[in-house]
Design a protein around this ligand. Structure first.
Ligand SMILES: Cc1cc2nc3c(=O)[nH]c(=O)nc-3n(C[C@H](O)[C@H](O)[C@H](O)COP(=O)(O)OP(=O)(O)OC[C@H]3O[C@@H](n4cnc5c(N)ncnc54)[C@H](O)[C@@H]3O)c2cc1C
Length: 381
């Protein structure tokens, strides 16, 4: 069987679904291919924290623009996304971290992002479950959370209402102008978008994207235990390490009253099993910040694979050496937040519109491994 479409998207995680939605809304004939349930990869594993991150200007531009799109998107149906504008408190343990909170606050304020510095009293007034002795923190009030697989499904349903077709199947190879499915079907399109998250490199070996494993756990319902997403300022250091294992305090109040506990980071494994030693380390660390957590009933724990790029930024745009192949992958620990801005950037580039933020920092061509693919092979491969 052969089928022809304008744009073929491989992967119906939140990135593929968002891209399908954005393209279909602009009249593009899209087919999206998924091997498993919709949003069942990293999208189902993620915490769903919608958070402005500012480790560099490009990350800040992408995450803050995407957050503004999210607020618009959930605006019509916040309950459907299980959206809550809970805000983030970046918790400062000591004076040094308080300086980091102040510096972060200055950067965010200078970009018009609402935030306020909290002293110890302000911190405990908002979050009494935190252990005594902390210095304060930074409250970023526009941050929020969603239930990511639900949001991905809503995006896909909107795309399908605009004509997008969903094909269930596993892509086994990229072809010139299409893809080959494991069951022998061939799907043809002038443009193919690779949005397979941490599995993207299986179809594109030169892609500099590797899996980064994360553990998460969820408790029974304890409404009011915490009110904001709480993240230690030390998270920033561990989140961007490019090797080794680390855990960081990251606690989320779900709208159900459950507490979502994250997170860990590990390289060099594709095994999705829950590792008791890593889980124990993560939970101990979290209880170090909120001691009463140790007495709560844990319901479930799981893992997921982030797709990590060498510079921590996603790859959104054309492959420099394979005409017709576009990439939307490498979103690391921020792909729920940045999905809508990614879709906007991809659709704007494909349709030759001017994007709302500069596309250059996220272009795949910045990586020599992709650019040299063109040089070595003289173009199409
Ligand atoms: C533990 C953890 C916590 C996280 N927390 C947050 C957070 O709080 N906030 C945030 O913004 N981000 C968070 N993230 C990151 C976020 O979850 C990811 O960046 C995002 O889900 C990536 O979406 P994706 O669509 O690229 O990948 P995925 O969701 O993995 O989707 C890829 C899809 O492609 C399909 N696929 C793969 N190969 C093929 C093939 N050959 N043929 C057909 N289909 C294929 C897969 O089945 C899958 O459905 C977290 C991630 C993890 C692991």
């Amino acid at each position: 069987m052969k089928m022809t479409t304008d744009v073929l998207i491989i992967g119906a995680g939140i990135i593929g679904a968002a891209c399908a939605e954005a393209l279909a809304a602009r009249g593009v004939q899209v087919t999206i291919i998924e091997q498993d349930a919709i949003g069942s990869g990293a999208t189902a594993a993620g915490m769903g924290h919608l958070v402005v991150m500012d480790d560099n200007a490009a990350e800040l531009a992408l995450s803050s623009y995407s957050l503004s799109l999210w607020r618009e998107f959930v605006g019509t149906a916040p309950g459907k996304h299980e959206y809550s504008r809970c805000g983030t408190i970046w918790v400062a343990a000591d004076d040094e971290e308080m300086d980091a909170a102040r510096a972060k606050g200055d950067v965010l304020s200078s970009h018009g992002i609402e935030c306020s510095l909290l002293g110890a009293a302000g911190l405990y007034e908002r979050e009494p479950a935190l252990r005594p002795g902390l210095a304060g923190g930074l409250l970023v009030s526009g941050d929020g959370l969603v239930y990511p697989p639900k949001s991905a499904r809503i995006m896909l349903e909107r795309a399908m209402a605009n004509g997008t077709q969903l094909v269930m199947g596993k892509v086994s190879a990229l072809l010139d102008g299409g893809v080959l499915l494991a069951d022998g079907r061939e799907l043809r399109a002038a443009t193919v978008v690779l949005a397979c998250g941490s599995r993207s490199a299986a179809l594109l070996p030169e892609l500099p994207v590797v899996p980064k494993k994360g553990h998460v756990a969820i408790t029974d319902r304890y409404p009011g235990f915490i009110r904001h997403q709480l993240v230690e300022l030390g998270y920033i250091k561990s989140a961007h390490a490019s090797s080794g294992e680390s855990v960081a305090f990251n606690l989320q109040p779900r709208p159900t009253g459950q507490i979502l506990i994250g997170s860990s980071r590990q390289f060099g494994t594709e095994d999705l099993s829950v590792e008791p030693a890593m889980m124990k380390r993560m939970l101990r660390h979290a209880a170090g910040f909120t001691p009463a957590l140790a007495g709560l009933n844990l319901l479930r724990c799981w893992t997921g694979m982030r797709a990590a790029s060498p510079d921590g930024l996603p790859l959104v745009g054309p492959h420099p050496g394979r005409p017709g192949l576009w990439l939307a992958t490498g979103h690391e620990g921020l792909g729920i937040t940045t999905s809508l801005a990614t879709a906007h950037l991809l659709a704007s580039q494909l349709l030759n519109d001017r994007p709302a933020i500069a596309a250059e920092p996220y272009l795949p061509a910045r990586f020599a491994a992709l650019a040299s693919h063109q040089n070595e092979h003289g173009g199409v491969q």
